[in-house]
Design a protein around this ligand. Structure first.
Ligand code: NAD
Ligand code: WQD
Length: 337
């Protein structure tokens, strides 16, 4: 069992992954600055796991702060979630996004290198496939056409990590390209907790279901898809968490760099998700067709062969379980964590 530093461990995907790491016997050290999360998430991780988690309220831009964490702990590998992730906001605040995500990663790499910790799993995104590649997305496709500054931070950080691996063959790096993570831990104690009006489909539907918002705006019904609405590869956050466990085991035992898709390989449309959520919550949910959202594409789903081959990992849950668990969470936490 290993000591894993989890940056951004109080966030949505990080908190679920910490629960899985603890359940499998790893020691977890979390670093987060709570810029998009709350201390309550740490309490919930402890409640679910029954285990103690070491925590540092540190900004990853603070190199001295990071070095202190590595001085005080023997860290075997890092899972790097910490980053800003709102696509629209990144268009308004590109400098803040590039600084936080890219400089933050450079600081982390420097602290790791100084402490001879050279194993990292990075939160990348399907957004790196951009607009020119045909679906399903395969890891070997070119990744140079992101559509917004957030997406470019992922493209650039992937490149930085590849360059690091070339410069020093001791590094072991997995770039996990997540598709659309939704759902919640079965207990209803952890889940996605966005600030303000949700940008993403699933938290928006959750808020319509609990009566916080009147209706879902469906961004376009004239795409070249079966029902005209956008198709995405939604993946249960607990499947994503178990994928991280596999990736950590992989970096502990290998060297070099690998990009790996984490998706289900199946696409669901906006209306598919809405109807699955209606089934989960047992009521009709109002929606209105709106204009397309700038930057959206019609189709996005993964080829999942590599994760299967490299990790022996496959997503277990379907859209119905994602909605059941998402409904459970929002009922128990109508105002978030
Ligand atoms: P999140 O915002 O819930 O979690 C990110 C965490 O990082 C938050 O707790 C935030 O406080 C922390 N953080 C941000 N900047 C920091 C800094 N400078 N120092 C310390 N902590 C900092 O987001 P999430 O959905 O859990 O996403 C986790 C990672 O996965 C992100 O890198 C995101 O870009 C990536 N990702 C997310 C999705 C998605 O749809 N949720 C999809 C693909 C990739
Ligand atoms: C899904 C579908 C919308 C909201 C984003 C990022 C991506 C990745 C995952 C981090 C689309 C439609 C949405 C609404 C709608 N994040 N929609 N009404 O855009 O696939 O991906 O999150 O890496 O980089 O871009 O996810 O949930 O915003 O949208 O009709 O109110 O739902 O048009 O077809 P997206 P999403």
């Amino acid at each position: 069992m290993a000591n894993i530093l989890v940056t951004g461990g109080a966030g949505f995907i990080g908190s679920h992954t910490c629960v899985e790491l603890l359940a499998s016997g790893h020691e977890v050290i979390i670093v987060d600055n709570f810029s998009n999360s709350k201390p309550e998430a740490l309490k919930r991780i402890k409640k679910i796991s029954g285990k103690d988690v070491k925590f540092y309220e540190t900004d990853i831009l603070d190199l001295d702060g990071l070095n202190k964490i590595f001085d005080e702990n023997r860290i075997d590998a890092v899972i790097h979630f910490a980053g800003l992730k709102a696509v629209g906001e990144s268009v308004q605040k590109p400098v803040e996004y590039y600084h936080n995500n890219i400089t933050g990663t450079l600081m982390l790499i420097q602290a790791m290198r100084a402490h001879d910790c050279k194993k990292i799993v990075f939160s990348s995104s399907a957004t790196v496939y951009g607009v020119d590649n045909p679906v399903p997305y395969v890891e070997t496709m070119p990744t140079h056409t992101a559509t917004n500054p957030y997406g470019y931070t992922k493209v650039m950080i992937e490149q930085i990590l590849r360059d690091v691996a070339v410069s020093d063959p001791e590094w072991s790096i997995v770039l996990l390209r997540y598709f659309n993570p939704i759902g919640s831990h079965k207990s209803g104690l952890l889940g996605e907790d966005p600030n303000g009006i949700p940008n993403n489909l699933f938290p928006y539907i959750q808020q319509v279901a609990i009566g916080k918002r009147e209706y879902l705006g469906v961004f376009g019904n004239d795409y070249d898809t079966p029902d005209g609405t956008g198709v995405r590869d939604y993946i249960h956050v607990m499947d994503l968490a178990s994928g991280h466990l596999c990736a950590v085991d992989y970096v502990l035992g290998h060297k070099g760099v690998e990009a790996v898709n984490l998706g289900t390989g199946k696409g669901s449309s906006v209306l598919d998700v809405l109807h699955a959520f209606e089934k989960a919550c047992g009521k009709k949910l109002a929606y209105k067709i709106m204009p397309r959202r700038a930057g959206d594409i019609a189709w996005c789903y993964a080829n999942t062969d590599k994760a299967k081959k490299l990790f022996g990992w496959e997503a277990k849950y379907g859209i119905d379980e994602m909605c059941t668990d998402g409904w459970n969470f929002i009922q128990k936490n109508p105002n978030g964590l």
